[in-house]
Design a protein around this ligand. Structure first.
Ligand code: NAP
Length: 281
């Protein structure tokens, strides 16, 4: 039976480090502040905004929600993003997605100061990641890396296979694994005979968005399986991996819930602190 890679345990260990880094920041008389942009009336976005405000406050980080209506124009929202980007009091900006109809997310993201982009959405941060430079990177891929690091899963020289190539998960996690010297293969909806590729993986990351996509037959005995998926099936949250069958074969596995998702918000806080450390210099 596989070792369970516990996201909550990883997050708790990271929290201890983050609290120390926050204390150092405050010694420099820098007080971080998060701006959360909530445009439109999406209920899940409103819930996530309040949740992130609560998480930030749990660290003693001030977090303000900046609301805009469904009728907001690109000009209005754009000037809010521009103002927050320039505001000396703001350390990080989180923009709830999706944005209201008619607002181009790309255009809003392009207006964001990359050094306050705590979701790692800007092209500048994507470029920094590709170039192997420091920056603020997407939080879910970083949560994957944090779990591997916490459980000391060897990456150097290992074969990593990622299923999914989205800009928010598949691509960044591939680059992060590559930067740790894994040999990386990315699979997607056009990949032929995926199972023959995934069976080679020492580390298999599933970021597909289909429940039970990864079955035991696709997994090498003893592999580390990281399940990024979040799917609702019969009122329950499940990942992309057929958990019971795969756990019986893998060496280590993340559960859903209680895996990657439990670390993602911690990485948002880490990005706020990292942004603060850069601004406080
Ligand atoms: P996405 O943008 O829909 O990307 C899914 C990827 O999977 C695409 O690259 C797609 O290939 C590939 N794919 C789809 N069907 C496939 C198939 N049958 N065979 C092989 N590849 C296939 O999704 P995402 O935003 O990356 O999210 C992935 C999952 O992570 C979702 O379940 C999402 O809810 C979850 N998620 C989790 C967290 C967390 O904190 N744990 C955070 C965000 C999202 P193409 O590129 O060819 O279309």
């Amino acid at each position: 039976m596989a070792m369970i890679l516990d996201g909550k345990e990883t997050a708790a260990a990271l929290k201890e480090e983050l609290v120390l880094r926050l204390a150092k920041l405050r010694e420099k008389h820098y007080e971080p502040k998060l701006a959360i942009i909530l445009a439109g009336s999406s209920k899940p976005s409103a819930m996530y905004a309040s949740f992130m405000q609560k998480v930030a406050k749990g660290y003693g980080i001030d977090a303000e929600i900046f609301r805009a209506s469904d009728a907001v124009t690109e000009e209005e929202l754009g000037s809010l993003v521009t103002d927050l980007s320039a505001d000396q009091e703001i350390t990080g900006i989180l923009m709830m997605m999706p944005l209201p109809k008619g607002i181009r997310a790309e255009k809003m993201i392009a207006l964001m100061n990359p050094d306050k982009d705590v979701d790692g959405l800007t092209e500048t941060n994507a470029g920094r990641l590709t170039a192997g430079k420091a920056g603020l990177f997407a939080c879910t891929p970083r949560a994957v890396m944090a779990i591997l690091d916490h459980y000391k899963i060897p990456i150097d020289g290992k074969k990593a296979v990622i299923i999914g190539r989205s800009n928010v998960i598949g691509k960044p996690v591939s680059l992060m694994l590559l930067s740790k010297n894994a040999t990386v293969t990315i699979c997607h909806s056009h990949t032929k005979d995926i199972a023959s590729i995934t069976r080679e993986a020492d580390i298999l990351v599933a970021a597909v968005g289909h429940a039970n996509y990864v079955i035991a037959d696709m997994v090498k005995e003893g592999a580390t399986v990281i399940d990024v998926g979040i799917n609702r099936v019969d009122g329950k949250t499940v990942g992309d991996v057929d958990y019971e069958a795969v756990a019986a074969k893998a060496g280590a596995i993340t559960p859903v819930p209680g895996g990657v998702g439990s670390v993602t918000t911690t990485m948002v806080i880490e990005n706020i602190i990292a942004a603060g450390e850069k601004l406080a210099k």
